[in-house]
Design a protein around this ligand. Structure first.
Ligand code: ATP
Ligand code: MG
Length: 276
């Protein structure tokens, strides 16, 4: 169980260096001494311009980026360099939703088999898996017969719902969401963000929420970290960082983003405070 002293996810001073692809091609220092903590049931946003290192930090949590120093601790356990078997076990607890619901779902598989895959990989028996799949479809707001259809038969927003259901299948405690609504139109974005909020209220899952869009982050995040050239330059309460930033870089990001929804944000903060 995570407490304020021991957060669910604790990233300390990590550095990520990508080696050059070819012999003698230069390496690239993508993250510099990055630290971040995420509590159980909390949403922490990560914003910054393209190339600042947001996806790299998410990948470091998932064990997919070359961490050269520092530690990633999950639920008190050092997972920085977890081996394959340990990673497989960790996938019960840590899941991911990507930006593009078109390429992240296998077009040759029915929705049912897409959702069954993580369950089968963890040895969940067939009958139990079938019940879980129905539950998941209901949770994300799709009809039960959606399971027999293929990803191409759904809209972008519905596909992202399916990707979210797949991430939820094993009841994870943390989901890395990498620009999960960036490919969607505005009204669909709002509905998917509401779904993520609802899922969090029901399950207590935490999100590391990567986005380049401050208004999206303001809507969904309790806290926000701002990344610039592989460093975190500002962190704080979601609505403070996204409405009264300190750092000139965040101020620039803010000027490029639409009007906030303070009423909604205040309500969300109250609900979070009531949970704590
Ligand atoms: N596998 C890799 N090998 C070498 N360099 C990489 C690799 N992946 C990312 N980089 C570099 O690391 C830096 C950070 O990339 P990253 O994808 O984390 O940025 P980002 O903030 O997610 O950007 P975007 O908003 O465009 O998604 C970039 O300069 C990128 O070119
Ligand atoms: Mg990215």
């Amino acid at each position: 169980m995570s407490t304020p002293d021991q957060p669910l996810l604790d990233i300390r001073d990590i550095n990520v260096v990508y080696r050059g692809a070819r012999w003698r091609s230069p390496s690239f220092h993508a993250l510099h001494d990055v630290s971040m903590r995420i509590g159980a049931g909390e949403t922490v946003g990560l914003v910054g311009e393209s190339g600042s290192g947001k996806t790299t930090l998410g990948r470091a949590v998932l064990g997919l980026a070359p961490v050269t120093s520092g530690t990633v601790t999950f639920d008190g356990r050092d997972i920085t360099h977890a081996r394959r078997r340990e990673r497989r076990a960790l996938s019960r607890d840590i899941q991911v939703v990507f930006q593009d619901p078109y390429s992240s779902l296998n077009p040759a598989m029915t929705v049912e088999s897409i959702l069954a895959e993580p369950l089968r990989a963890q040895g969940v028996p067939g009958s139990e898996a079938a019940a879980r799949i129905n539950q998941l479809l209901d949770q994300i707001g799709l009809e039960a017969d959606a399971g027999r259809r293929y990803p191409r038969e759904f809209s972008g927003g519905q596909r992202q719902r399916i990707a979210i259901a797949r991430a939820l299948a094993l009841k994870p405690r943390l989901i890395v969401c990498d620009e999960p609504v960036s490919a969607l139109d505005l009204s669909t974005q709002a509905r998917i963000l509401d779904l993520l909020i609802e899922v969090q209220e029901q399950t207590g899952v935490a999100y590391l929420f990567v986005s380049h869009d401050l208004s999206v982050v303001r809507y969904i995040c309790h806290r926000v970290a701002v990344m610039l050239k592989g460093r975190i330059v500002e962190t704080g309460e979601g609505d403070v960082v996204t409405s009264r930033p300190e750092h000139p870089y965040t101020k620039r990001l803010l000027m490029a983003s639409p009007i906030p929804d303070p009423v909604r944000q205040a309500e969300r903060r109250r609900r979070y405070a009531a949970l704590a």
